[in-house]
Write a protein that binds this ligand. Structure first.
Ligand SMILES: [Zn+2]
Length: 348
């Protein structure tokens, strides 16, 4: 069951057993890092939970009316016993542009809670990113969880447990999700039709978060990596000031003047390459993230010694932190270049 979702074997088994239980709690909380498939599994569980098939192991059967009316592949969510809430931009929050699960959403849920299931034996409600609820929304939901309507079942999905009220936590069974392994992430990326070298890099960089890996891909991270590879190969520069004045090159790296996100990507890729160079230099090639760039890394590594690379990684990490603080783009690039160059020439 739930084969289409990679990883999370223990949780899948727990949910399978859960389906067969007569007596069960009325609310679960799926929590763990972003983008690892928590919500996807919650939705697949909902299909199995509502399915009309009598043998639990055969759910979801993909044939019954319930399965037809709740099918994420065909985009059919017309099932009357399925409710799903995603954070929205609330009117009051409009200015802040943050998306939250608002009290209005919880109020609409409470109104619907007056009704029982119509097509399946139960009703199921998924609240995604439940940790974005403000106090007011959380208090309203708490009332519902304290006196759950008959035949209703809730799944809360959250990244951070600490952002949820302890009173809510006491009303749910917590199911912890851990990141996927690099191999699992890579497998899913390959299934998405992403070429092998890119899937490899994305799996390593995203730390087991598939959502993060796909976001990286959208943000053209490979382009930034290739630019950073060209940049890292330039050290030692001899005359970094002259190099930095070649604005053409950097306007290539940082397409828009105030593009801090592009800068962050570029610096992060520079850090990952310097780190890989250190692994190559230390004979730990199997730890390399940028596996497709190993031939170039071997060549660049000839110009460095391990101690200096270590210093360069630390210096670049400092600049990555500065970029994340949204420091001035030019000063981050200048400082990054001077520091790496000084490390490479052994002047630090
Ligand atoms: Zn079915």
């Amino acid at each position: 069951m739930f084969e289409q979702i990679t990883g999370h074997q223990q949780n899948k088994e727990f949910l399978e057993r859960f389906l067969t239980r007569e007596e069960r709690p009325h609310a679960l909380l799926f929590y763990g890092p972003e983008g690892i498939g928590k919500c996807m599994l919650a939705k697949e569980f909902a299909r199995a939970f509502l399915c009309h098939e009598t043998v639990p192991g055969k759910r979801p059967c993909n044939r019954c009316e319930s399965c037809r009316l709740l099918n994420f592949e065909t985009g059919n969510f017309a099932h009357p016993d399925y409710l799903y809430f995603d954070p929205t931009t609330d009117e009051e929050q409009e200015k802040k542009k943050t998306k939250i699960i608002s009290v209005n959403q919880i109020r609409s849920l409470i109104k619907q809670a007056a009704f029982g299931p119509t097509l399946s034996k139960h009703k199921i409600c998924i609240i995604n990113e439940a940790d974005t609820m403000n106090q007011e929304a959380a208090n309203s939901l708490l009332k519902l969880l304290e006196e759950p309507p008959d035949k209703w079942f809730f799944i809360l999905v959250a990244t951070s447990v600490s952002r949820l009220l302890p009173t809510i936590l006491s009303r749910v069974i917590q199911v912890r999700f851990t990141p996927l392994t690099i191999e699992e992430t890579r497998k899913v990326l390959l299934e998405h039709g992403i070429p092998e070298a890119e899937a490899d890099l994305l799996a390593h960089l995203s730390d087991g978060s598939l959502g993060q890996a796909l976001r990286f891909r959208e943000e053209r991270i490979l382009d930034y990596r290739n630019m950073a590879l060209k940049y890292v190969a330039e050290f030692p520069m001899g005359a970094p000031m002259t190099y930095l004045l070649q604005e053409d090159y950097f306007s290539d790296v940082i397409p828009s003047a105030g593009g801090n996100e592009q800068l962050q990507q570029f610096v992060a890729m520079t850090v990952s390459l310097l780190r890989d160079l250190l692994f190559v230099k230390s004979g730990l090639g199997e730890q390399v993230f940028n596996t497709d760039a190993i031939p170039q890394l071997l060549k660049i590594a000839e110009k460095w010694d391990a101690g200096r690379l270590h210093q360069a990684v630390e210096a670049a990490q400092e600049e990555a932190a500065a970029a994340a603080r949204r420091a001035n783009t030019k000063s981050v690039l200048d400082s990054l270049t001077f520091k790496i160059n000084a490390c490479c020439e052994g002047r630090i």
